[in-house]
Structure formats: structure tokens, C-alpha cells
Design a protein around this ligand. Structure first.
Ligand SMILES: [Zn+2]
Ligand SMILES: [Zn+2]
Length: 265
């Protein structure tokens, strides 16, 4: 099974994603040049602190790009439906195609997506069964990177000793203080925004409920047997090996292919 690339043509989505990449690039250039390298030269931080920053930034961009171009779980035009699973399929009244229950039609992408959670403009893609794990990794690494950037900004301004080798006039002239403040502002926005999103995502997986199901069933209980959280998370990440839940350089394979049919009542 090769890597299926999925590209959504949506200028609004490109704009949102461009904004995220801009924030990432801004920090990638500003933080090492204004904080990490000068602080390392004056022996205020170790080389490990620089490595940590680059590793987190790399994991963030990899999970963003993979979540954005991964196929979220688009249905084939003529799916082969096993006889035993016929009862668990239904007809989509928008694209007139058969789809397993728990799928949803995304009007933004124009097709049905298996176990769709929501359409995310920030990654310009749907979040569905096949890329939900990458979206969770993106939230997780963005949380870590934003927290780390905020910590560096704070230490740079209030905790570390003043830099000796940096000319203060040059420091002000090159707007380094302003750049640090902008980076702090962006870090706060990202951290607060992603914390809320990440929390609702984790609760959704604990309860084995997608965001769309939560909205649709706000008035009625979802009648599905409750599964342990280890199982629901393993199904999302496609593996029971918890260490692999954090690795974006792998291919996800469904844990048990028909699990969402078998468990749907
Ligand atoms: Zn459809
Ligand atoms: Zn979509």
C-alpha cells in the first residue's frame, strides 16, 4: 500500500495553512538568531536546548504536512462491500455513493470521508479515519513547541543574565526585543487555541465519538458499547505500541479493518 497523496483545492484553506507555516517560519528564524545562538555563545544554555528546539520544530512541520496531504479516508467510487457488512453501509444522499456508517459527507472537499471528525481549514484537509492520528500529533507537537518558545522568550527577557557581546543599541535597532514580543504573542495564541482543540479531541477519542457525532447527537445518547481508552486510541493510531503513537514517520495500518462496522449499533 503506497502513500496516497490528497490535495484539497480551497484558497481559503491555503490561506489558513499559509498563516500557520508563516508562524512556524517566523519562530524558526527568530528564536535561534535572537535567543538560542547568542545565549549558547555566552554559555547560558547548552547545545541540547538548541537541538530540542529544532527537533520539535521538525516534528511539528512533518505532522502538519503529513496531516495536510494524507488521504483522510475517502471512499472509492465502487466499493466492494462484504455480504456480512451490508447492514453497516448506507447511501450518501449528497454524492449518491455507498459508505460505511459513521462516514460523513464533507461539503468543502465534495466527497464522503470514513469516520470523519471535522474539516480543518488550518491543515486544509478533512480529519478522518486515516489522518486523525497525524492531526493529534500535530496538536501535541504544537503544544510542546509553543510552550518551549514561550519558556525561551520568558527566560531571555527575565531570567537569563544580560548578553555581554550584544550591543544594546544594535539590539534595539534590529527590533530584537519586538521580535521576541511578537514570538511570545504568537506562542500564546497557538498554545491557548491548540489546548482547547487538543482537549476536545482527546475526550472525543476516550468516548469513541467524532466531533460530528457529538454535534449531531447532542440530544440523544450514542448507543455503542463502551470500549477501553487503550483500544480507542490504538484504533486511531493504528497500533497498540504506544511509542509509535508519537512517531509521524510511519504508515498507519488499520488495527482491525471492519472494527467500525462491527461496533456500530
Ligand atoms: Zn457523500
Ligand atoms: Zn473536508
Amino acid at each position: 500500500m503506497g502513500l496516497r497523496i490528497h490535495f484539497v483545492v480551497d484558497p481559503q484553506g491555503w490561506l489558513c495553512m499559509g498563516l500557520i507555516i508563516f508562524v512556524w517560519l517566523f519562530n524558526l528564524i527568530t528564536i535561534p538568531n535572537v535567543i538560542l545562538f547568542p545565549r549558547y555563545e555566552e554559555e547560558h544554555i547548552s547545545v541540547g536546548a538548541i537541538f530540542c528546539f529544532y527537533i520539535l520544530a521538525f516534528l511539528c512541520i512533518i505532522s502538519l504536512l503529513r496531516a495536510s496531504i494524507a488521504d483522510p479516508g475517502r471512499l472509492p467510487e465502487n466499493p466492494k462491500i462484504p455480504i456480512t457488512e451490508r447492514d453497516f453501509w448506507e447511501l450518501c444522499n449528497k454524492c449518491n455513493m455507498m459508505r460505511p456508517k459513521r462516514s460523513h459527507h464533507c461539503s468543502r472537499c465534495g466527497h464522503c470521508v470514513r469516520k470523519m471528525d471535522h474539516h480543518c481549514p488550518w491543515i486544509n484537509n478533512c480529519v478522518g479515519e486515516d489522518n486523525h492520528w497525524l492531526f493529534l500529533q500535530l496538536c501535541f507537537y504544537t503544544e510542546l513547541l509553543s510552550s518551549y518558545v514561550l519558556l525561551l522568550d520568558f527566560c531571555h527577557c527575565y531570567y537569563f543574565e544580560p548578553l555581554n557581546k550584544v550591543n544594546l543599541d544594535l539590539f534595539v535597532f534590529r527590533h530584537e526585543l519586538a521580535l521576541t514580543r511578537i514570538s511570545t504573542f504568537m506562542g500564546l495564541i497557538m498554545l491557548v487555541g491548540i489546548t482547547g482543540l487538543f482537549y476536545t479531541q482527546l475526550i472525543g477519542i476516550f468516548n469513541d465519538t467524532t466531533s460530528i457525532e457529538k454535534m449531531a447527537n447532542c440530544c440523544e445518547e450514542i448507543s455503542r458499547p463502551r470500549k477501553p481508552w487503550q483500544q480507542t486510541f490504538s484504533e486511531v493510531f493504528g497500533t497498540r505500541w504506544k511509542i509509535l503513537w508519537f512517531i509521524p514517520f510511519r504508515q498507519r495500518r488499520p488495527l482491525r479493518v471492519p472494527y467500525h462496522f462491527a461496533n456500530h449499533v
